[in-house]
Design a protein around this ligand. Structure first.
Ligand SMILES: [Cu+2]
Length: 461
């Protein structure tokens, strides 16, 4: 009895499936009108109906978030089968101007048929936001110049820049994330040599940056309260510009230590580190906006006299900053940096877009991690956050949240206006990946993404 009921139910399902299939053959033209009393045609209930007049088959991969390839070519106009293979982690679809659409969940595929006219056919993913993020493409007819959607061919979010990427640009140099060691002794003589040089700031983009010590950011300097810091600033004769330095950890007259020096000159900038914290240093030569936007900044860590505590396994120094791209091989655009509503092409951690996404920072699970974080700007606020963690210790601009505080309060994101710094501690609860972002999320897709990898990075292993 039970078996018979099940059989009947299965049969009913089949009938429903067949009817619904017959009434939704959207690939026939013209598309039928909804709700119309459909005569029971003899359409086969095949999963992959194929028209006799199909000229060929095309495949498009959906990734998060883009199509690969974005440009497909067919030999002549006509009807084509297009299979969308969803190689991403979230659902995607492919939709054509006539409304033909196929949707595929992650790991699945779907086939549709479309008529490609001589002028070609654009397509996109119609899931809200996906087309804007780059999921657009086109089928063109060989020999025809029409039909391109005009979209770029990056296959991902288009860089928000008016500068063309250079496929021959040198690979970027990974900036080490490890925090510097405390300098021994109490008086520190430090050579800080200015260098104007080319640097790959993001894949495909080279700028003529101005640096302290040859890197962006410049070297992180770590001392303790009470120490004397003697900076020997040197501007080589080969430089094109005058430069200077302004240490926020110091209390000195602006028109004394911070004056500019010409190429071929040097000067001594001496100060006593009297307050603990994470401090910015930067070039202040006019226009200071341009000298900062073009790479002249770094971090000074001043520890309390008694230190910061020893129960820490890993320490990293992270500087957030912005790139307003100038033409390839030239300095950053002052015009773009000076806009009242700044729109950087890239927001980066330690000078290079996405470098710690490509090269995750490895930590041990179950050990405390300490970060020294500085927002060098020049103009955008940071909401510094590490996905999957809670900061239980934050010392930001002299204000502190201590672990084990009464009530057990914690912190999810540390707001750092330009030139603000913080010391942040957290623990990774399990092996896996913990993305580092500014939670001003429009910038995450523009370079402000890194990864902490706890253990082997695999939570299931
Ligand atoms: Cu400068």
């Amino acid at each position: 009895m039970r078996t018979k009921l099940l059989l009947l139910a299965a049969l009913a399902m089949l009938v429903i499936a067949a009817c619904s299939s017959a009434s939704t053959t959207a690939w026939t033209y013209p598309p039928e009108t909804a709700g119309g009393g459909t005569a029971p045609t003899a359409a086969p209930a095949s999963a992959e109906p194929a028209s006799a007049d199909v000229l060929g088959a095309l495949e498009v991969n959906a990734i998060d978030l883009g199509f690969e390839p974005t440009e497909l070519s067919v030999p002549k106009p006509g009807r084509y089968a297009v299979t969308l293979i969803n190689a991403g982690q979230i659902p995607h679809d492919i939709m054509f101007p006539d409304g033909t659409k196929g949707t595929a969940n992650a790991g699945e595929s779907v086939k549709v048929e479309v008529d490609v006219p001589d002028s070609g056919l654009a397509f996109l993913c119609s899931i809200p936001g996906h087309a804007d993020a780059g999921m657009q493409g086109a089928i063109t007819v060989a020999g025809s110049t029409a039909g391109s959607s005009g979209s770029d061919d990056h296959g991902g979010p288009a860089p928000a820049t008016n500068v063309e990427p250079n496929a021959n640009a040198a690979a970027y140099t990974l900036h080490p994330a490890a925090a510097p060691e405390l300098l021994p002794g109490e008086v520190h003589d430090i050579d800080l040599v200015i260098e104007e040089k080319e640097m790959t700031v993001a894949d495909g983009f080279v700028q003529k940056v101005w640096t302290f010590g040859g890197t962006v950011p410049g070297p992180a300097i770590r001392v303790k309260v009470g120490d004397t810091v003697r900076i020997h600033l040197k501007n080589p004769a080969t430089s094109q510009l005058a430069h200077s330095v302004d240490f926020h950890a110091s209390q000195v007259a602006w028109n004394d230590e911070m004056t500019s020096i010409n190429p071929g000159e040097e000067k001594l900038y001496e100060f006593k580190a009297e307050y603990a914290g994470v401090w910015m240093y930067h070039c202040g030569t006019s226009p200071a906006l341009h000298h900062i936007a073009n790479g002249m900044y770094g971090m000074v860590i001043v520890e309390p006299r008694e230190g910061l505590g020893e129960d820490i396994h890993h320490e990293f120094a992270i500087v957030q900053s912005e790139w307003y791209l100038g033409p390839q091989g030239e300095p950053a655009s002052l015009t773009k940096a000076a806009a009242a509503a700044p729109a950087p092409d890239y927001v980066v951690f330690n000078g290079v877009a996405n470098q710690y996404k490509d090269n995750p920072i490895v930590v041990d699970t179950g050990h405390r991690v300490r970060l020294f974080v500085l927002n060098a700007g020049p103009s955008i606020d940071s909401s510094f956050h590490i996905v999957g963690t809670i900061f239980d210790s934050v010392i930001k601009e002299g204000v502190r949240l201590d672990p084990g505080n009464e009530g057990n309060f914690g912190s999810q994101a540390v707001d750092l206006a330009p030139a603000q710094g913080a010391i942040i501690e957290f623990e990774t609860p399990e092996d896996g990946l913990y993305p580092m972002v500014t939670h001003a999320f429009n910038f995450v897709g523009r370079g402000a993404l890194g990864l902490f990898q706890a253990g082997d990075g695999d939570p299931l292993n």
